[in-house]
Write a protein that binds this ligand. Structure first.
Ligand code: AP5
Ligand code: MG
Length: 185
């Protein structure tokens, strides 16, 4: 596959973060995780962190302008020659349009979008076993609902452009990494 960036998509608990981290470590790519960036702001108690927490603790999405602004800033720190694996962004149709613009401005493009497929019972089991502050049952339910309503449509955006591939997210993290690797080349 020619040089380009990768987007990992999938519902909460599908393993986006786990796979993005493994891929970044293996290949020296940069991982851009909006969830991690928000949690980092929350830990440091910045103004952005306070705002983000109001949404993340309910399992709702942080507003697009805020999220896109944060991504723009992070993108400006990544050298042009470093490939990026996006984890948890974009997750609304508006964000995917913004990403196209942002990447275009910096001479980048989306090469491939991988959808990690995991049945919902398994998602709930994984998240309940982790215990992050937004892994409470009612918040998990809300996150899954918001994913279906707001992020499913983003898949179409990439499917119609021929960039989307579905990958089974079941098995050990290493099994899945091998599948991801095969798609990335
Ligand atoms: P975010 O941090 O992105 O959370 P999420 O999408 O809900 O997904 P998770 O991080 O819970 O799951 P994951 O797919 O990364 O799986 P993981 O590898 O961790 O977002 C959090 C919040 O921030 C959102 O709710 C929203 O409020 C806000 N936000 C973030 N991005 C936003 C955006 N773009 N716009 C607006 N708001 C945004 O794995 C999950 C668990 O399973 C772990 O315990 C892991 O160890 C385990 N596991 C992983 N792989 C396997 C495996 N193969 N087998 C068994 N267990 C596994
Ligand atoms: Mg994650």
């Amino acid at each position: 596959m020619a040089q380009g960036d990768l987007i990992l998509m999938g519902p909460p608990g599908s393993g986006k973060g786990t796979q993005a981290k493994m891929l970044a470590a293996r290949k020296g790519w940069a991982q851009l995780s909006t969830g991690e960036l928000f949690r980092d702001h929350e830990r440091r108690d910045t103004a952005l962190g306070k705002l983000a927490r109001e949404h993340t603790e309910r399992g709702a999405y942080v507003p697009d302008e805020v999220t896109v602004g944060m991504v723009r800033e992070r993108l400006s720190e990544i050298p042009e020659s470093t490939r990026i694996v996006f984890d948890g962004f974009p997750r609304t149709v508006a964000q995917s349009d913004s990403l196209d613009e942002l990447l275009g401005e910096s001479g980048r493009r989306v090469e491939r979008v991988l959808l990690l497929e995991v049945p919902s019972e398994e998602l709930v089991t994984r998240l309940m076993g982790r215990g992050r502050s937004d892994d409470r049952p009612e918040v998990i339910r809300k996150r899954l609902e918001v994913y279906e309503g707001q992020t499913r449509p983003v898949l179409e955006h990439y499917r119609t452009r021929g960039l989307l591939r579905q990958v089974s997210g079941l098995g050990t993290p290493e099994d899945i990494a091998a599948r991801v690797n095969a798609e990335v080349g």
